[in-house]
Design a protein around this ligand. Structure first.
Ligand SMILES: Cc1ncc(C[n+]2csc(CCOP(=O)(O)OP(=O)(O)O)c2C)c(N)n1
Length: 321
């Protein structure tokens, strides 16, 4: 189990990665923008700290934090955001489609709710293979009325799949207040399928780690799925598009409430000042190197644009006209 300093390091890594990525969006090095994870870092840090390297995760449109916490190389992840050939997925996936099977990242997913059945299937496969590996899937509060999420709950419960559903409840779906559009509760949805569910302080990495460790232990022992509803705050825009458009939907008080519970402060308070300074300096160096690596990397050769689209190259499928 990682100590307080290790959790602080993960939170700090994600925070600085996101801040540097936003700078690169502004510098027009990242095309299309990103969905910053800033403010929600305790969830990725706490959940992934309870996992082994061979456990798997599926992630969302706001997925950089999950991917970094699960162990992807920050330099190759940054190169992926910049669409470079040395990126995690050769620059073809970008911000919302990062995957790295070597460390159990089955993929981020731009379709709201669509990662839940993938993790459920992976968990079911692990159980059938006799392994004690588990799967974690992340989704926002905006996904909790998607049919595919509820279908995943149903099969996970029925087949006792070792999957942990992690709802990152930041209260907003883009600019819509979730409580205006979601009936009932998040935990109530899971409980309706017989899935144990609990609310967790999603701004506290150690609280998230403790809750995840309990759910993982149950899942590894064959007791099936669990749901954690992590209450959190998104500090930045829904998408960097907002930096120019500046839609108004949150009050300054609400923004301040989140900042007061900043996971960097919550976890930082548990780490001696000298250790924090050492970690901060190490992360700065790491991120400088990651940004350099990404900016120096070549873009994919346009002649390879159709590579990796089909299992057999671009050959016509047998039987096709
Ligand atoms: C099926 C589907 N519907 C709509 C969208 C457009 N969309 C992208 S993010 C988003 C809001 C998601 O909110 P939430 O799940 O709470 O996650 P958050 O952005 O707050 O992290 C929407 C509606 C989408 N990507 N997929």
């Amino acid at each position: 189990m990682p100590d307080s300093a290790a959790l602080y390091r993960t939170v700090r890594l994600i925070r600085r990665f996101e801040e540097r990525a936003v700078e690169l969006v502004r510098a027009k090095q990242i095309f299309g923008g990103i969905h910053p994870y800033t403010g929600q870092e305790a969830i990725a840090a706490g959940t992934c700290a309870a996992l082994r390297r061979d456990d798997v995760i599926t992630s969302t449109h706001r997925g950089h934090g999950h991917v970094l916490a699960k162990g992807a190389d920050p330099a190759r992840m940054m190169a992926e955001l910049l669409g470079r050939a040395t990126g995690l997925n050769r620059g073809r996936g970008g911000s919302m489609h990062a995957a790295d099977f070597a460390v159990g990242i089955l993929g981020a997913n731009a379709i709201v709710g669509a990662a839940a059945p993938i993790a459920t299937g992976a968990a079911w496969a692990a159980r059938r293979a006799g392994s004690d590996r588990v799967a974690v899937t992340y989704f926002g509060d905006g996904a909790v009325s998607q049919g595919v999420v509820l279908e995943a709950f149903n099969l996970a419960a029925l087949w006792r799949a070792p999957v942990i559903f992690v709802c990152e409840n930041n209260g907003w779906s883009t600019t819509t207040r979730t409580r205006d559009v979601v009936a009932g509760t998040v935990t109530g949805r899971a409980e309706a399928f017989g899935i144990p569910a609990e609310q967790v302080d999603g701004m506290d990495p150690e609280a998230v780690l403790a809750a995840t460790a309990r759910a993982v232990a149950r899942a590894r022992a064959g007791a099936g799925p669990a749901l954690l509803e992590c209450l959190t705050h998104r500090f930045d825009a829904h998408h960097t598009w907002e930096h120019a458009a500046r839609p108004r939907y949150r009050t300054p008080e609400e923004a301040q409430e989140g900042r007061d519970r900043d996971p960097l402060l919550v976890q930082g308070a548990r780490v001696p000042v000298a250790d924090r300074a050492r970690i901060d300096a190490e992360i700065e160096e790491l991120m400088d190197a990651a940004v350099r690596f990404a900016l120096d990397a070549p873009r994919p050769d346009p002649a390879t644009a159709l590579d990796h689209l089909y299992a057999d190259g671009t050959a016509v499928r047998a039987g096709a006209a």
